[in-house]
Design a protein around this ligand. Structure first.
Ligand SMILES: [Zn+2]
Ligand SMILES: [Zn+2]
Length: 337
């Protein structure tokens, strides 16, 4: 079976590996259809990751169809069904897992992270990670469910608030979409006009190009006397933290959701004196993943503005290069075999 390994910055290698088969109960063999390229895949590709390990098979945002299944627990899923996979695989036994908090289980492993990912033709996954897609949901749209699940987690508890979302790449836009569904007023900040155009299309109330206008002054002009209590930071660098501290009310919260590519310097004196908290986000609960499936299955959120390009499996390197060279939304790799 063909797989793609990232062997060095800007180098993908197609390799032939053993055909995967079910080796235990409560497993399914999935014919991979689409894999989305994530920022988490791009950082090592561009050689800018702080923790890159090379030689792995990437891909954690993916859909496919069931080729084989061995399960007593998932009678709802059959061969031929369209599925999306929650790539976070917690142990399922510890206290956190029992509380439904598998995303912070100490033994949680991620497909496409610690475990081999979906940049291959077929993959074996535990049946508990399967989410069935409705007949009407396309496998392409389904690939945007994982970013929406993350956005669901990032926006938890923010319903109805006025929030600033820093960065309008795929994660920022996903957060904007989910926040609008949660009746937030969204002020979106980015430096790329094209991303801000998408942001407007998906409903952000104000967009600010921080290269063109001073973002602090612009935001202060927009907000009322209640100010801003919450910022979602997808930019994740020293500038963005400092910027957030200038905008937030005392007691405000920075929801820090980007993967930093630098050791970030934080002026803790400012943070402490204003009692500002930094909350980080990395994964999501399975319930949040189900909610994201619901958004797409029921047509509550239209994910088409999130897709910038689809490349065939054989052209995966071109897909990564396209993403590297263009400030764009999600680039997706399609396996039609
Ligand atoms: Zn991702
Ligand atoms: Zn656990």
């Amino acid at each position: 079976m063909e797989c793609i390994r990232m062997i060095a910055p800007r180098q993908l290698k197609f390799v032939n590996e053993e055909e995967p088969v079910l080796y235990g109960d409560e497993q399914a063999l999935v014919n991979v259809a689409y894999t989305g390229i994530c920022g988490g895949d791009m950082h090592p590709y561009l050689g800018e990751s702080l923790s890159a390990k090379y030689g792995n098979i990437h891909g954690h945002e993916f859909t496919g169809t069931i080729l084989d299944i061995r399960s007593n627990k998932r009678k709802d899923i059959r061969v031929g069904d369209k599925v999306v996979i929650n790539p976070a695989i917690p142990c399922g036994k510890c206290t956190k897992c029992n509380q439904g908090l598998g995303y912070i289980c100490e033994d949680c492993k991620v497909i496409g992270g610690e475990l081999p990912g979906s940049l291959c033709k077929k993959i074996v996954v535990p049946v508990r990670s399967l989410h069935k897609l409705s007949e009407d949901t396309s496998l392409l749209d389904g690939v945007l469910i994982e970013p929406l699940a993350f956005a669901e987690h990032c926006t938890a508890g923010l319903d109805g608030q006025t929030i600033v979302i820093l960065g309008q790449g795929p994660i920022g836009i996903s957060c904007t979409m989910v926040a609008k569904h949660k009746k937030c007023k969204v002020i979106a900040v980015d430096i790329v006009e094209g991303q801000l155009e998408v942001s407007k299309k998906v409903g952000s109330d104000f967009t600010i190009n921080s290269r063109v206008a001073d973002p602090v002054a612009s935001i202060k002009k927009i907000i009322d006397e209640n100010g801003i209590d919450s910022i979602i930071d997808t930019v994740a660098n020293s500038w963005s933290i400092d910027f957030s501290m200038q905008i937030l009310n005392k007691g405000g919260i920075i929801t820090f959701v980007g993967i930093p590519c630098e050791i970030i310097k934080v002026d803790f004196l400012k943070l402490v004196c204003r009692e500002i908290s930094i909350k980080t986000r990395y994964l999501y609960t399975d319930k949040e993943f189900s909610q994201a499936v619901n958004y797409v299955d029921k047509g509550i959120i239209d994910v088409t503005p999130l897709i910038s390009g689809v490349f065939p499996f054989e052209k995966a390197q071109e897909a990564f290069e396209f993403k590297a060279e263009n400030a764009c939304m999600k680039v997706v790799i399609h396996n039609d075999g």
